[in-house]
Design a protein around this ligand. Structure first.
Ligand code: FAD
Length: 337
């Protein structure tokens, strides 16, 4: 096993608030690691409204979700937080010395003096196929939103889903895979009309199969599909690619003994610390009297939580408030000296 990574701070979630948390910690000379289940930073801004404009970021009359994420990444860059993307924090437990041990589903381990839960509305994970016993084939015959389609070359594959991601995947496999069939519960798509037209054209010329139905059984070779008229058909396949959407799940956080209130973590409003000492919660995941799930509120919470952490990371040290405008120390940290 790899040795655990020791760090002053670990941030769970690379959404807008997690990214700004890393920036505020950087100003206080606290280095950090950030973990997110998604393969990229940005949380809801990147995943749910990357191309849509938002108008209530202070000093920024208009930007898109992705534009905000890019700006936050550029702002935090001088502090070089270490990102661990594509990993879900699964466990959180207190060490005898008061630090926190965290483990991910990929086997990474961290020992952190302070923890920042910036988990938003939960970890963004693919929606699962609900067929009994199918989990056993994940990674060998069952794939969720695979980034690399090269491995399906020459194979007989079924792509399940009806949104842009599902259609893109099916269309990309035409000519690469031996046979491609799109499987969707209805003959209608929540997708870009141009993609739907391309799909229909391939179905018409026979280069892409289309079946309306739901998978109801899979033994690793034969996929059983239940049709709308309840008839069951089955066919041998090499792989099932499920593109059923990515949705947030609170997931393991519910198991960390943090006394959740309606799936949110109660915090104080002085340091945004949970009832577990050294564990802070910022952004959409926390709750306190007057809480509003807005990015600007998360930015304020992250600022005060960083000061709360400084008292733990540098015990007994008086830390003066300095302005980024005038402090030569901060200029040096920011690399603008
Ligand atoms: P999130 O953005 O949810 O990010 C949390 C991250 O944590 C996710 O990437 C998730 O994968 C990760 N995560 C969770 N659990 C784990 C785990 N166990 N391990 C690893 N990673 C984990 N707000 C505004 O202020 N102005 C707006 O105009 C606005 N418009 C919006 C429009 C839409 C359509 C939506 C859905 C929201 C909008 N919001 C807006 C709300 C705003 O997006 C949220 O307040 C903000 O994203 C919260 O940021 P966050 O960093 O707390 O959480």
């Amino acid at each position: 096993a790899r040795a655990p990574i020791e760090t002053d701070a670990l941030i769970i979630g690379a959404g807008p608030v997690g990214l700004f948390q890393a920036f505020q910690l950087g100003l206080l000379e606290i280095s950090c690691h950030i973990v997110d289940t998604l393969p990229h930073a940005g949380g809801q801004c990147a995943e749910l409204y990357g191309n849509k404009p938002l108008y209530d970021i202070p000093g920024t009359p208009a930007t898109t979700g992705q534009g905000l994420v890019d700006a936050l990444l550029a702002q935090v860059a001088p502090f070089r937080p270490t990102m661990h993307l594509g990993e879900q924090v699964a466990t959180l437990a207190r060490e005898p010395d008061g630090r926190w041990r965290l483990g991910t589903d990929r086997g990474s381990e961290f020992i952190a003096k302070t923890v920042f839960i910036a988990a938003g509305v939960g970890a963004f994970v693919p929606r699962r196929v609900t067929v009994e016993g199918i989990d056993a084939f994940e990674g060998s015959k069952l794939f969720y939103h695979p980034a690399d389609l090269g491995r399906f070359a020459g194979q007989s594959v079924v792509v399940q889903g009806g949104d842009d991601a599902a259609l893109d995947t099916a269309l990309a496999l035409v000519g690469q895979a031996a046979h491609v069939t799109l499987l969707h519960r209805r003959d209608g798509f929540q997708a870009d009309p141009a993609r739907v037209a391309a799909l229909r054209a391939h179905v018409a010329d026979g280069t892409l199969g289309f079946v309306v139905g739901q998978p109801s059984g899979f033994d690793g070779d034969e996929l059983e599909v239940t049709l709308p008229d309840t008839r069951i058909v089955s066919r041998p396949i090499d792989a099932l690619i499920a593109c059923l959407g990515i949705s947030p799940r609170l997931g393991p956080i519910a198991e960390w003994g943090l006394e959740l209130e309606r799936k949110q973590v109660p915090v104080d409003t002085e340091k945004f610390e949970t009832r577990a000492p050294g564990v802070f919660a910022v952004g959409d995941i926390n709750t306190y009297p007057g809480k509003r799930k807005l990015i600007v509120c998360g930015f304020h919470e992250a600022t005060l939580a960083a000061w709360g952490a400084a008292a733990i990371v540098f015990p007994g040290k008086a830390i003066p408030l300095q302005y980024t405008t005038t402090s030569t120390r901060l200029h040096r940290l920011l690399g603008v000296a």
